[in-house]
Design a protein around this ligand. Structure first.
Ligand SMILES: [Zn+2]
Length: 491
């Protein structure tokens, strides 16, 4: 994710009404929300199973302020005996739940949908959960992710914790799965989802569009676009299919920007190795999200980023590369916990800066020196890069602070200064190759960096990732970080 300058004014968001059901079962504790122990989002994800695939079917009514009808089918492998299965789901009405074809009881607890099958599930077995529900794009307060209403339809922005506002799921990046997404919409709309199309079926007044992922994906990275859109096709390196989704009326005006993608992919491949997915492209949405988002194979951009004359050309291109580089860093290699967010944003900021240096003569060192100057303040405000502070109440995307962007790119710069350019570049390539299609965390990165450089970097990472103060920059002893203002209240 990258906040655009406007996006920094986050509004207070009405917390989702947590309708805790009081459906008590005989001789059983009431349903309770569970999580996988993420320090920043304790209720995200659920223990006891591993999702292999999602099949999401949405029916769009032709208006973006009415609920979509939806059927979510989850195939999962149980990793413990389960009397109940917790899914993350809030903000939709559940009509029925089936487990392995049999009707199951269900109740809401916090932001969990708690399903009680007729018979308990045994550890080490396949189970299929089918939920018939609505998926509501109208938000009770302010938008906080999930469906994004655009001028002509809908898009999706689930990072970090909003996929479960759209569909029932195990909403944590540590549980990646394959996705099939079907969208039925009135004729005249175009629907596109991540992955490649597998079918377009017209029946009467409606058309059903089907897309399938070829690689596992975290729920936070799903994308569905429904609108009066045109899909533009072009070829990337090695014949990679590139497709962009744009408002039909703007297709011609946006083409000069879209034409830049194949060269940007080639640039990234030259730095870190082959593009990790089956396709790429930009979704340009007519919406004011305040951010751009690296949804897998189809990054979400505000159209305005490309039409607002105040943004310089090099800046827009570097943001395109920021989201593109996330396809390697954050998508193909997704974080084990949200405290590993610095690995996503630090790397995306790194390649954003490197691209600006190599193509627009904007030296990385200038921006690094400025980041060094601000780093102590960022650490005081948001926590050190490796241990970010929890999101502000009602502002879940407030974990996306400068400490995990330029503050984390600064850690990578310090690492390159410390181990030298050849080792650093080998580390980057090895990282995305070894953890391709997987999840990986900070300890994995530290381990690989030590291995590649042939040195124990434990002390280096401890100081740079977890220190309250920014350590001295190797090779730049003159760089100074301004301490946070003494009068500022400590929290
Ligand atoms: Zn980002």
């Amino acid at each position: 994710m990258l906040l655009t300058p406007r996006g920094r004014r986050l509004k207070a968001t009405a917390l989702l009404a947590s309708a805790v059901s009081v459906c008590l079962l005989a001789a059983s504790a009431p349903p309770a929300p569970l999580g996988v122990g993420d320090r920043l989002f304790p209720y995200l994800g659920n223990p006891g199973y591993d999702v292999a695939s999602y099949d999401l079917a949405f029916t769009y009514p032709g208006s973006n302020d009415k609920p979509l009808q939806a059927v979510t089918t989850i195939d999962a492998w149980t990793t413990q005996d389960l009397d109940r299965i917790n899914l993350d789901f809030a903000h939709g009405k559940v009509e029925s739940v089936e487990v392995d074809g049999e009707p199951a009881d269900f109740a809401t607890a916090g932001e969990d949908l708690v399903v009680t099958p007729e018979d308990p599930l045994q550890e080490g077995s396949w189970t299929r959960i089918t939920v018939r529900h609505t998926s509501d794009p109208a938000s009770p307060g302010d938008e906080d992710g999930g469906w994004v209403r655009t001028a002509d339809g809908l898009a999706m922005a689930n990072q970090a914790d909003a996929a479960h506002l759209v569909f029932p799921c195990n909403d944590h990046p540590s549980d990646k799965a394959m996705f099939t997404i079907r969208i039925t919409a009135p004729n005249g709309y175009t629907a596109v989802a991540g992955g490649l199309p597998t079918g377009v079926d017209r029946a009467g007044k409606n058309t059903t569009w089907t897309y399938r992922s070829r690689h596992p994906m975290a729920t936070e990275l799903a994308q569905v676009s429904i609108g009066r859109s045109t899909v533009l096709h072009r070829k990337g390196p090695h014949g990679l299919p590139v497709r962009d989704v744009v408002p039909t009326k703007d297709a011609k005006a946006l083409e000069p920007w879209l034409a830049k993608t194949p060269d940007q992919i080639a640039w990234m491949e030259n730095k870190v190795g082959s593009y990790p997915f089956e396709t790429y492209g930009l979704l340009m949405a007519e919406a004011s999200t305040g951010f751009e988002l690296e949804t897998q194979t189809l990054s979400l951009f505000e159209k305005e980023l490309f039409t607002e004359p105040a943004y310089p050309k090099w800046y827009i291109e570097s943001i395109m590369v920021h989201e593109l580089s996330h396809q390697w860093f954050g998508d193909s290699v997704s974080p084990r916990t949200w405290s590993d967010l610095w690995l996503n944003e630090g790397h995306a900021t790194w390649y954003e800066e490197l691209y600006a240096q190599e193509t627009a003569d904007r030296p990385m060192e200038t921006r690094m020196k400025a980041a060094y100057g601000a780093s102590d303040r960022w650490r005081a405000a948001g926590g050190p890069p490796g241990a970010p502070k929890a999101p502000a109440p009602g502002q879940k995307i407030s974990i996306f602070r400068p400490n995990v962007y330029d503050g984390a790119a600064l850690v990578l710069y310090a690492l390159r200064q410390e181990i030298g350019r050849p080792a650093f570049e080998r580390l980057e390539r090895d990282w995305v190759r070894l953890h391709r299609d997987g999840t990986a965390g900070t300890a994995d990165f530290e381990h690989l960096a030590s291995q590649v450089s042939g040195r124990d970097l434990g002390g280096f990472f401890q100081a740079w990732l977890y220190g309250e103060k920014t350590p001295p920059m190797p090779g730049h002893p003159d760089w100074k970080s301004t301490p946070p203002a003494k009068a500022a209240p400590r929290k």
